[in-house]
Design a protein around this ligand. Structure first.
Ligand SMILES: Nc1ncnc2c1ncn2[C@@H]1O[C@H](COP(=O)(O)OP(=O)(O)OP(=O)(O)O)[C@@H](O)[C@H]1O
Ligand SMILES: [Mg+2]
Length: 350
């Protein structure tokens, strides 16, 4: 398991997301896909972003890169990358920033590779698009660079001349990683990069990402469903539920003392070969995403719901170092500590 305390740097923010809201317009009202999320990605850290299908993970990623298109729109937010406010950039400023500072490997990227173009050409296009007359590489230098990138992600030289259909899923995914690192970005967002692969290949791709992070010093956001894989890959986990962040914690806290009842549910749903317990998550998001309930976003599914949860939205608070939870179950004490109301009384009044 990786641990943030091992890093030489893990405290300098590279990406800060403040109050990002992205809504999709529909005839029956706006779907609040991302509804006011805040988090910081520190240098040299891998942040995992998890939550059930439809909770807004991909929308958040697209919002951070300003890639939202109608019927979607960014309603509010501030995104600061290496001191630059991304939402204030011009179209040209944004074009320069993508790939070179912030690279996204979109969900399903390996299936969106151009089937008619060799892998080398697709990587070259990314590099050429950001060249200036001063930095323009000649053909030989470009070939050397592409081969170097392929080697970086563990692909053999022959991939240079191959077309996407000649590659396995894991190889395609690694080609996408090669494109993402081509311009040495500070941050890579990988959306479900390992999801469609079998478990063995998943590990290989995950290892490639870890190598990229460790040796190139890239910070990453890894979006995924697989809490087990996340546990081995990432430093911190951000848990989203219905467009909201309900918990941010180090991997250790997340698995040893999950704070939010929804996080507990996610962890309980990790299949265990030993216990062979059934998957608990069957319900999905139960409210209408156009009309979220007032108060806590998780109230309709929470086994510990209290009256306060129906009226007042819980703020995210640091219940202990390295763990922030948005839940009324945690009550601040005068000495700065928090008590878990479940431990002092039976709060179940539902
Ligand atoms: N074009 C659209 N129009 C209306 N609603 C949309 C549109 N695109 C996404 N949504 C809604 O936005 C919400 C968030 O979707 P998003 O794809 O970001 O979720 P996700 O967490 O990435 O899910 P998955 O794990 O399945 O990839 C969902 O409720 C989805 O139905
Ligand atoms: Mg998605």
């Amino acid at each position: 398991m990786t641990n943030e305390t091992n890093k030489t740097n893990g405290q300098t923010p590279v990406l800060t997301v403040n109050d990002l809201r992205v809504y999709y317009e529909t005839p029956r009202g706006d779907v609040r896909a991302v509804d006011g999320i805040n988090f910081t990605l520190n240098e040299g850290v891998i942040l995992g972003l998890v939550g059930e299908s439809g909770c807004g993970k991909s929308t958040a990623a697209m919002g951070i890169l300003q890639l939202i298109t109608p019927p979607g729109r960014i309603v509010s937010g501030e995104i600061v990358l290496d001191g630059t406010d991304v939402l204030k950039l011009t179209t040209e400023g944004l074009r320069q920033l993508r790939w070179s500072k912030l690279a996204l490997i979109p969900q399903g990227a390996m299936n969106s590779l151009n089937p008619t173009m060799r892998i080398s050409r697709q990587i070259e296009d990314v590099v050429r698009e950001h060249e200036t007359p001063q930095t323009r590489m000649n053909k030989d230098a470009m070939r050397t660079r592409i081969l170097e990138l392929l080697q970086w992600v563990g692909l053999p030289e022959r991939v240079y001349n191959m077309f996407p259909h000649e590659l396995s899923g894991g190889m395609k995914q690694r080609a996408c990683i090669a494109m993402a690192i081509a311009l040495n970005p500070s941050v890579i967002i990988a959306d479900e990069s390992t999801s469609a692969l079998d478990v063995v290949v998943q590990r290989v791709v995950a290892q490639t990402m870890l190598k990229v992070k460790q040796q190139l010093g890239v910070s990453m956001i890894m979006i995924g469903h697989d809490m087990g894989l996340m546990a081995q890959m990432v430093d911190r986990i951000v848990v989203m539920y219905a467009g909201n962040i309900v918990e941010i914690a180090t991997v250790n806290h997340m698995f040893k003392n999950p704070g939010h009842p929804y996080t507990q549910l996610l962890i309980d749903s990790v299949p265990s070969l030993k216990e062979r317990k059934p998957l608990k998550i069957t319900e999905g998001i139960t409210h209408d995403p156009r009309n979220p309930p007032p108060g806590c976003i998780f109230q309709l599914r929470c086994p510990f719901v209290m009256d306060r949860c129906r009226a007042e939205k819980p703020l995210r608070q640091a219940i202990r170092p390295g763990q922030e939870v948005a839940c009324h179950l945690y009550e601040a004490q005068p000495d700065g500590s928090y008590i878990d109301l479940r431990e002092v009384s039976d709060v179940h009044d539902a």
